[in-house]
Design a protein around this ligand. Structure first.
Ligand SMILES: [Fe+2]
Length: 404
């Protein structure tokens, strides 16, 4: 075979083909690569395999072709780019090594030399790539473990750069692939947790949970995910099951906290009990899942669909405020007020703009039911809540000004 001479590879005896040690019959552990995947700075080395044959059950059998090293980078690249290009594959174990030992380590080094916003952008792209590996390129969920370190890097970028939500929003891509959406929601959740000054471990946990919250969608047939318009009842059954499927998949990995499992399981529950799959109500829904729910809606609205362009953040927030006020706005406020030490609002403003809140000392009466209490906020309260809602997403300190 010509490609073997290109690389000066020893000719492998045909007699060895089919030996169990050389073969792996589990096709979903292999992922096809193209020349864009190769990077000559990757000194870690990994095995490149090719599809050798099919067994009696028609399962593909893969065989090692060569160790990828910087020295043979050009030759392999040429082979992948040739008109009659070879199809090469990488095993899941090496794929994980590639992300962990090369991509993530590269980002850790970049943290010391590059501006945080630049590193954030690169870390985001790697996050999206890993989620794409999971959703589209490979069958195993082990690849998701590589997100652990990425979350730490992203958190570090936000801290070092004092980045606001809008900085994060501008970094994220706006298309509607499931993997892009998960990467976006992860970053958005992390930004909110950061703003709310949650504990560093909790910030990482909520960021990671945001990236993983929709892994159950892998169990939904693709035609249903991309279908526009109303779903048939049997199609909606798949949708209803994806939160529980996601929780199960993550639980099977035996490495994620209960909070992360709840983000997967409860992100479609609603504060008023109208969500799914369990119609949980109010405080029964995990706080982490409620944050995830808000960011899921915001991310979905700002991403384009085939029948409409993506909304601007302002338009999405206005839509959320006007049409989901009883649900999302009050939800956002109740979450925020749990953690947030509101900044001294007047100090953020020019002296001429300073105003006196209408009811600065008015005490709220305790209400028997928390949901109804949220809905009966005075105008001042609702305005303040709405203003903070906009201020967080749009990073405009004037929005923090109390209502006149
Ligand atoms: Fe979902």
């Amino acid at each position: 075979m010509e490609f073997r001479f290109l690389l000066n590879l020893p000719v492998v005896s045909i007699a060895n083909w089919g030996e169990a040690s050389d073969m792996d019959t589990i096709a979903h552990f292999y992922r096809e690569i193209n020349s864009g995947f190769l990077n000559k700075n990757c000194g870690q080395g990994f095995e490149i395999s090719y599809l050798a044959e099919y067994d009696e059950n028609d399962d593909p059998l893969f065989r090692k072709f060569v160790d990828y090293t910087p020295e043979n980078h050009e030759k392999i690249k040429k082979m992948l780019e040739a008109d009659d290009c070879m199809e090469f594959f990488i095993h899941e174990s090496d794929l994980i090594k590639y992300y962990k030992d090369f991509k993530v380590r590269d980002l850790q080094k970049a943290l010391e030399t590059q501006p945080p916003k630049q590193v954030l952008k690169e870390a985001y792209l790697v996050t999206e790539q890993i989620l794409k590996e999971y959703f589209e390129n490979i069958g195993s969920s082990r690849i998701l473990r590589t997100l652990d370190e990425l979350v730490k890097i992203i958190q570090e970028c936000m801290d070092r750069g004092s980045l606001a939500f809008i900085d994060v929003f501008l970094v994220t891509k706006k298309d509607y692939h499931t993997y892009t959406h998960c990467a976006n929601v992860g970053l958005y959740c992390l930004a909110l947790a950061n703003k709310l000054q949650m504990k560093p471990e909790a910030i990482r946990e909520i960021g990671l949970g945001g990236m993983l919250f929709d892994v159950g969608k892998k169990s939904i047939p693709y035609e249903i995910i991309v279908k526009e318009g109303k779903l048939e009842p049997q199609e909606f059954q798949f949708i209803r099951k994806h939160p529980s499927a996601g929780r199960k998949d993550l639980n099977d990995m035996k490495c994620y906290s209960e909070n992360i499992l709840k983000m997967a399981a409860e992100h479609h529950e609603r504060y008023d009990g109208t969500g799914y799959p369990f119609q949980l109500k109010g405080e029964k829904i995990s706080l982490y899942a409620r944050v995830c729910n808000i960011m899921d809606v915001f991310g979905a609205m700002t991403a384009p669909r085939s029948n409409r362009p993506g909304m601007t953040p302002f338009a999405a927030l206005t839509e959320m405020k006007n049409n989901m006020e009883g649900h999302l706005i009050c939800e956002f406020w109740s979450i925020s007020s749990k953690f947030l030490r509101m900044p001294p609002q007047q100090e953020l403003l020019h002296p001429d703009q300073r105003v006196i809140p209408r009811h600065p000392t008015k005490k709220r009466r305790p209400a028997p039911d928390r949901y109804s209490r949220e809905l009966t906020f005075s105008n001042y309260r609702v305005c303040k809540c709405t203003r903070f809602f906009y201020a967080f997403f749009l990073s405009d300190p004037l929005m923090l000004c109390p209502a006149r």
